[in-house]
Design a binder for this molecule. Structure first.
Ligand SMILES: Nc1ncnc2c1ncn2[C@@H]1O[C@H](COP(=O)(O)OP(=O)(O)OP(=O)(O)O)[C@@H](O)[C@H]1O
Length: 455
């Protein structure tokens, strides 16, 4: 991509009228676009090859005979670039044929400069988003260790994972919930000589001290009610592999002592047992809690803390790497609906939303939106996202109800959305007609459609 701003780009204006070439060209240049002009089909194709425009404005009436069929023929040849067709009044059918052939939009002459500015900026933005998505979809490298993300914190994290994985060093993974701490642990296991051994996860927060001890170290028959047989623990199950202690900050103090012994000596005693056993498992641990503060207030043993934190890896909150959001979303969507893509509104929604649940939340919403798509739907739009986020009327979670965030704004937006949808339906998708019904200008309607994510 070039270094122009998102709103400006290289535009090819194809029109035989010298006056419009000059006026239209100057107007677009005044907006910051780089404009080339061509007066006929051959010149247009030559400029297309040379300038590599990002957008083509095409008047269909082509010299020498001013036959719009020649203009229509050009559209498929301008492949890969949004083409906006300029039509005369009453050329509605022609415009529709142009759209069928792949044109993105059409504007009727005489041209309203505001509309031209808006349509051109929107087409550039949308096509860039699409190109970005294609790039992201094809950039799935196997070298990413299952950790999706191209921002500096993710790249650094992968560098560290690669460096630490082959060693026996214990690793403490710190980061907010849903940021991939377990994925990091798996990547460490996969990158280690133990990769053919087991990877065993223990959720320390989910169990009481007694149950956790039995779960980790196993128990002997008769050691408590319901212990009908000897049961080996997860430490033994992880022998030769990796034991991942998730939410280690939740581990009750009595268990912390026993875990420390295992870390120091590799030995443990099952519940109700008398003899020590050995297991060879590399221990990785993770928590979203502030372990240092817990050490200070005495709820986490200092000696265990230092034992666990051979190396500390941090998984960043999604808010610290928002630039990764489109990539993550595209990949999660691809996983459930390979052909689907996001509408521009949906992408804007995804990238402007706060993600307190981090990647887990993003993944859940995108995957359920993908699953909710109708068979003939190709795009995930904002409506689907709202539906799967369960927040269409929850003003706290929705970025749509600009400018306010109150219940009234949300309700008014919802009302506006419904009225516009009804009018668009009644008008058979014709924006001018729908705008007339609603008593607003076409540009006003387009702005509302965009704001409400209905385009
Ligand atoms: N960088 C990432 N790339 C791809 N998927 C990710 C990434 N980070 C998280 N995920 C996905 O998000 C979900 C949550 O990840 P994970 O369970 O590893 O988070 P966590 O930090 O361990 O969460 P918790 O603290 O709640 O246990 C998983 O489905 C995981 O695959």
């Amino acid at each position: 991509m070039d270094n122009s701003t998102p709103e400006t780009g290289r535009v090819l204006l194809v029109d035989d009228e010298a006056a419009f070439q000059r006026l239209g060209g100057n107007f677009l240049r005044s907006l910051g676009h780089e404009v080339n002009v061509a007066g006929d089909g051959d010149a247009a194709m030559a400029a297309f090859a040379q300038q590599r425009p990002e957008l083509v404005l095409l008047d269909l009436a082509m010299p020498p005979h001013m036959d719009p069929e020649h203009g229509l023929e050009l559209i498929p040849r301008l492949a890969g670039v949004p083409v906006i067709v300029l039509t005369g009044h009453g050329e509605h059918d022609l415009a529709l044929r142009a759209v069928e052939l792949g044109a993105w939009d059409f504007i009727t002459k005489p041209i309203d400069p505001d509309l031209l500015r808006f349509v051109v900026a929107r087409a550039l933005r949308k096509s860039r988003l699409e190109a970005e998505l294609v790039r992201l979809r094809s950039s799935q490298g196997s070298d990413e260790l299952g950790l999706i993300g191209q921002t500096p914190p993710m790249q650094q994290l992968r560098v560290m994972v690669r460096r630490v994985a082959p060693t026996r060093v214990s690793v403490l993974v710190l980061g907010p919930t849903g940021t991939g701490k377990e994925l990091v642990a798996r990547a460490l296991h996969e990158g280690s000589p133990r990769r053919d051994g087991p990877f065993v996860v223990v959720h320390c927060g989910a169990l009481s001290a007694e149950l956790l001890e039995s779960e980790l170290f196993g128990h002997m028959k008769g050691s408590f009610t319901g212990a009908y047989r000897d049961q080996p623990g997860l430490v033994e199950a992880a022998h030769g592999g990796t034991l991942f202690l998730d939410e280690v900050g939740e581990m009750p103090p009595p268990m912390q002592v026993k875990l420390l012994r295992f870390l120091q000596e590799g030995s443990f005693v099952p519940v109700g047992g008398r003899t020590q056993r050995q297991a060879d498992a590399r221990v990785l641990a993770a928590t979203h809690r502030d372990l240092e503060a817990m050490v200070r207030d005495g709820s986490f043993r200092e000696d265990l803390y230092y034992r666990l934190k051979g190396v500390v890896l941090r998984t960043p909150a999604l808010a610290e790497r928002m630039a990764d959001v489109p990539l993550l979303a595209a990949r999660f969507l691809k996983g459930v609906a390979p052909q689907a893509r996001f509408s521009a509104g949906a992408l804007a929604w995804i990238t402007s939303r706060e993600w307190p649940g981090n990647v887990r939340e993003l993944k859940a919403i995108v995957e359920s939106a993908g699953a909710l798509m109708l068979p003939d739907q190709q795009e995930v739009d904002t409506e689907l996202l709202h539906l799967s986020a369960g927040d269409s009327l929850d003003p706290r979670r929705s970025p749509e109800p600009a400018p306010g965030t109150g219940v009234l704004d949300a309700a008014l937006n919802e009302l506006e959305r419904r009225l516009i949808q009804d009018a668009m339906m009644a008008a058979g998708g014709n924006q001018s007609e729908a705008a007339r019904q609603l008593g607003v200008s076409r540009v006003g309607l387009i702005k509302k459609l965009t704001r409400l994510g209905l385009r």
